[in-house]
Design a protein around this ligand. Structure first.
Ligand code: HSE
Length: 307
């Protein structure tokens, strides 16, 4: 195999109570990427469509992720990447993660899979480090493994794929403004009161239990963010109203998708997710804020090869 075409999915990081550790993979939105094995011995990016992003390998999140991976192989091959960007950078649904995860997944395939999906996470994190200054894995892990994932720890890196109940649907609304992850991280306080931490880890543990037992009521009670959401929500126009609209429409919970400005809601069943979408959209219509919105099943596969 000398060429591969991939779907590189969008993801929702944090999922309210799991800042930097919890994430999930979306099915309806993602980039495409074509990777060719070459004999140049170099990693090149020949074309990017859809967004104005750097073609220089060392300045591109996909490029640096592949370079990090190739350092640990002894291949003489080169690789050329063509990226068809459909996820807007700074939208909060893992644009850089989709590129970094897709690139290492595809090159690994073309090399005969010397690395496991779990091992690819640390290479893809190099892309996140370039994009935001913080090598977080809560977007690249679900992009590579699919479903819900948990970063059990960063030192050493340990990533777990969690159970995904079949009935969960995500609604994501993206007000058309850009929030850079680095900026959304700079508003965060570095210390948190113990009282809030207790609520947060109770919710995170409860949410994981709810995924395995498929207990939607428990899920709903756990989808809260005591710590990060209050610090970041002022960056997002109409956040409280959009969130309330989703919950009033029957969603299990709603919060900031990754570092924003997208707002997500999780619902039991597609019909409720669509109702949440209508209600969330109505708020932005009334505010005169332009937006994109989609309803998506959880993608349990992650990056996939397109025929
Ligand atoms: N966990 C990261 C953050 C995700 O919230 O900053 C960024 O998409």
């Amino acid at each position: 195999m000398n060429e591969i075409r991939l779907f590189c999915p969008a993801t929702i990081a944090n999922v309210s109570c799991g800042f930097d550790v919890l994430g999930l993979c979306l099915e309806s939105t993602g980039d495409e990427m074509i990777i060719k094995k070459t004999d140049t011995g170099k990693v090149t990016i020949s074309k990017i469509t859809g967004q104005d992003l750097p073609l220089e390998t060392e300045k591109n999140v996909a490029g640096v992720a592949v370079l990090a991976m190739l350092k640990e192989t002894n291949t003489d091959h080169g690789f050329d990447l063509e990226i068809i960007k459909k996820i807007k950078p700074g939208s909060g649904i893992g644009s850089s993660a989709a590129s970094a995860a897709g690139a290492v997944y595809g090159v690994n395939k073309l090399l005969g899979e010397p690395f496991s999906l779990n091992e690819l996470v640390r290479f893809a994190m190099k892309g996140e480090e370039l994009a935001s200054g913080a090598p977080h894995a809560d977007n690249v892990a679900p992009a590579l493994l699919g479903g819900f994932t948990l970063v059990k720890g960063y030192e050493p890196l340990e990533v777990l794929k969690l159970h995904t109940p079949a009935d969960i649907y995500a609604t994501v609304i993206h007000p058309q403004i850009e929030v850079k992850t680095a900026d959304a991280r700079s508003v965060l306080k570095q210390n948190i009161p113990l009282k809030k931490a207790i609520v947060q880890w109770g919710n995170l543990a409860g949410l994981i239990s709810a995924l395995y037992t498929e207990d939607y009521d428990l899920m709903s009670r756990c989808l809260h963010d005591e710590i990060v959401e209050p610090m970041r929500s002022p960056l997002i126009p109409g956040f409280d109203k959009v969130k309330k609209a989703a919950i009033d429409a029957g969603a299990l919970g709603s919060g900031i998708s990754g570092s924003g400005p997208s707002i997500f809601a999780l619902s039991k069943g597609k019909e409720t997710a669509k109702k949440a979408a209508e209600s969330m959209a109505k708020v932005y219509k009334e505010f005169g804020v332009d937006y994109d919105i989609h309803v998506s099943k959880i993608n349990t596969e992650g990056v996939k090869v397109l025929k």
